[in-house]
Design a protein around this ligand. Structure first.
Ligand code: 3HC
Length: 694
């Protein structure tokens, strides 16, 4: 079947795009559109044109794979197709699914846009480090005004049809799309077409210039270091100042600048990595995922509450179990608070929040007889977890999947407490569970494919980004984290102040530097975790004693206002007492202060992540380098526009990563040495993880 077909239906030229999976604007589609438009425009019997799509969606934008090859520049370009539409016969876009990026930009050059009620429009180019380069910034601003354009294009969000209608981004919502589209087209054929969007001026008259300064401020806060949001704001500002032709030229120049950027490359990598992470090699293709309708959650602490909320939001009936009835009541109160908060902030409607809350009920193990899944979120004590799992094994149906939210314990030992180890899996949610996107699923030695498939499919339903990890201390994310935070202490020993280290990490794009992160997590908690870890450290391994000294001095972090920083009124400021403790450690160890450039600090913090990530690939803990990137972007706030730590490591060069790891191996112990995989890649001149088979 051709990717575009043309049919004359009476006076209407109906153009249908058929290019699975998402009708992207490939060269083939553009060619088909160009030929069809030429036919319709040349045929005197045709009075109006209708563009519609087969399959699950309207056109979802430029073909991202072809963009990577520069094929968007091949003729006919999208701009040429748009010119044929804008200057041709009256045209209508009939939208179902999602009209995104170049797809919505194409619709913006039609004379009208109609959509199904469950459709959405959007200009998500920002997520690829781009801006809408086919007039989207200019036309949407002229159609809906700069405030709406800023919101929609800078966020890249999908705008539901009902909101799009209110904003004027579409003209009507209909129930029978094909029928209504033909009626619309016939009506168009009978009267003069409205002015093209690009020629409209009402929405850009009398604009308050302050909105652009406010948008820049917000972008700097929300997407620290990202280039595309600022370029988008500039384009929208210019749409209010320049003539249409000048505005389009301005937008094109900005698009070209972003197209050549490292950020666009990194975000394109991330786009495909996130989708690939959902694909698990070796799972039987025909495996239908068990659908989860009823679930139990064990534990009503912070994690248990958040997990119950996530499940209930997805329409799942939840039994919340805590053997301590006071804790259970407290937990339920806190859950009510979460729903009140999300209704007050407009994240959910009050009705949706109330309906979800109704799905969560307190109960006991005896109420778990019908569940499809249990997520255990009890304290991190192995014996406790094993007791819980044995009890769950006895009180849930044999088909039920038993998941543990442990962030560090051995999944195999937990699974061994049951008679169904193939249905036991790790489901490591990140705190707060109802907000953080990452769901690190952990496969034990005995975890079976059905449990993995069910949890992968559940993750999609919960709106989470899943990554499958193997079973080891810290799994994918936390196993790497210790090198990042550990390095920050070694840097402090050299006389680098906490605020300088954090400033470098935050300028790199992290939401919070490693030292402030220690304060947030609790230095006392870190010391406890390290005590356990130290028992298994190889000989010759060194850890900085700074954390222990801080705890001895009563400095626990944010929780008591005294950590590496002082905390007053929510603000952090340097703490001279902490500086004295650090200086004391350096003096005891005989480490002289020395200068470090910002770049050196950056490399010391982030390169060890790459080395440990390589070790995870070697050990089979992560399937692909991209999976590690997805975990770090969604669980730890690693800047998405850098593609994730592994992509970043690849861009700076494996030789540099290995060189620093050699130095660290000498200085801090064998765990820091370059992993054999990295050494082999450097020796063989392998430049990408893909080339190395990851
Ligand atoms: N180009 C090429 N492939 C695409 C694509 C695109 N624009 N959008 C999606 N795909 C592919 C995915 O890679 C995936 O392939 P796979 O099955 O081999 O992994 C497949 O289509 C299905 O995608 P999803 O798994 O994401 O399917 P969903 O149903 O969950 O989501 C979607 C569908 C909402 C359309 C989502 O895919 C999406 O957001 N796509 C990106 C849209 C986008 O960014 N458009 C802008 C492109 S840039 C542009 O238009 C520039 C212009 O301004 C000039």
């Amino acid at each position: 079947m051709n990717s575009v077909s043309y049919q004359a239906v009476g006076e209407i030229g109906v153009i249908t795009v058929h290019y699975p999976p998402v009708n992207a604007l490939s060269l083939a589609v553009r060619t088909g559109l160009g030929e069809s438009l030429a036919r319709a425009n040349a045929d005197p019997d045709i009075k109006a044109i209708l563009i519609r799509c087969d399959g699950k969606t309207f056109i979802a934008g430029a073909d991202i794979k072809e963009l990577q090859k520069g094929w968007h520049l091949k003729n006919p370009t999208l701009g040429e197709i748009q010119a044929m539409l804008e200057t041709g016969k009256p045209s209508i876009a009939a939208i179902h699914g999602t009209a995104l990026g170049g797809g919505y930009e194409l619709a913006l050059t039609c004379h009208a846009r109609i959509a199904l009620n469950d459709a959405a429009i959007g200009l998500p180019e920002v997520k690829l480090g781009l801006l809408p380069g086919a007039g989207g910034t200019q036309r949407l601003t002229r159609l809906c005004g700069p405030a709406a354009a800023l919101d929609i294009i800078v966020s890249g969000r999908q705008v539901p049809a009902s909101e799009a209608l209110q904003l004027g981004a579409i003209d009507a919502i209909v129930t029978d799309l094909d029928e209504a589209a033909l009626t619309f087209a016939r009506d168009f054929a009978a009267r003069p077409a409205p002015a093209p969007v690009i020629a409209r001026n009402e929405a850009i008259a009398g604009i308050d210039p302050d909105i652009f300064a406010a948008a820049r401020k917000q972008a700097a806060r929300k997407s620290r270091g990202a280039e595309a949001p600022l370029a988008i704001i500039a384009c929208i500002e210019q749409a209010c100042e320049l003539t249409p032709a000048e505005g389009l030229r301005f937008e094109r120049a900005e698009f070209d600048g972003l197209f050549g950027s490292d950020q666009h490359k990194a975000l394109t990598h991330y786009f495909f990595a996130e989708r690939e992470a959902r694909k698990i090699p070796g799972l039987p293709g025909e495996l239908a995922a068990v659908r989860i309708e009823r679930a139990g959650v064990i534990g009503t602490g912070t994690m248990g509450r958040g997990i119950a909320v996530v499940l209930a939001n997805a329409g799942i009936e939840v039994r919340l179990v805590d053997t301590n009835s006071d804790a259970a009541k407290l937990g339920m109160e806190a859950i009510k608070g979460i729903y009140d908060g999300s209704a007050a902030r407009g994240i959910q409607t009050r009705d949706a929040a109330d309906a979800a809350l109704k799905r969560i009920k307190l109960g006991g193990y005896e109420d778990l007889g019908e569940v499809d899944l249990v997520v255990e979120a009890a304290p991190e004590i192995m014996e406790l977890k094993r007791t819980i799992f044995a009890r769950l094994d006895a009180s849930t149906p044999p088909r039920a999947i038993l998941a543990t939210n442990t962030s560090s314990l051995d999944i195999d030992s937990i699974a061994a407490a049951t008679a169904r180890p193939e249905r036991v899996i790790g489901a490591h949610f990140f705190s707060p569970a109802h907000i953080m996107k990452l769901l690190e699923l952990v496969r034990g030695t005995t975890t079976g494919p059905e449990a993995i498939a069910a949890m992968m499919s559940l993750a999609a339903r919960l709106g989470k980004t899943p990554v499958l990890a193997g079973n080891c201390d810290g799994f994918i994310g936390n196993r790497m984290l210790q090198y990042y935070t550990g390095q920050s202490e070694f840097l402090m020993e050299h006389g680098i102040a906490p605020e300088r280290i954090d400033a470098v990490a935050e300028r790199f794009g992290m939401p919070m530097g490693p030292v402030a992160l220690r304060d947030l997590a609790g230095i006392d908690v870190s010391v406890l975790v390290r005590k356990e870890r130290m028992k298994t450290l190889p000989e010759g391994e060194r850890m900085s004693p700074i954390l222990e000294r801080m705890v001895e001095a009563g400095r626990f972090g944010r929780k008591n206002g005294k950590g590496f920083y002082r905390y007053e009124g929510g603000e952090r400021s340097p703490a001279p007492q902490a500086a004295a403790i650090i200086a004391g450690v350096a003096s005891d160890l005989g480490i002289p202060a020395r200068e470090f450039s910002d770049e050196e600090i950056r490399d010391r913090l982030f390169m060890p992540l790459v080395n440990e990530g390589a070790k995870e690939l070697e050990d089979g803990i992560a399937i692909r380098a991209g999976d590690i990137d997805v975990a770090w972007v969604n669980g730890y706030g690693f800047p998405r526009w850098r593609g994730g730590p592994m992509f970043w490591g690849q861009s700076v060069g494996f030789d540099k990563v290995a060189e620093l790891a050699r130095e660290f191996g000498e200085r801090y112990g064998p765990r820091w040495r370059p992993t054999p995989l990295l050494e082999t890649m450097v020796r063989d001149g392998v430049a990408t993880w893909r080339e190395a088979g990851y």
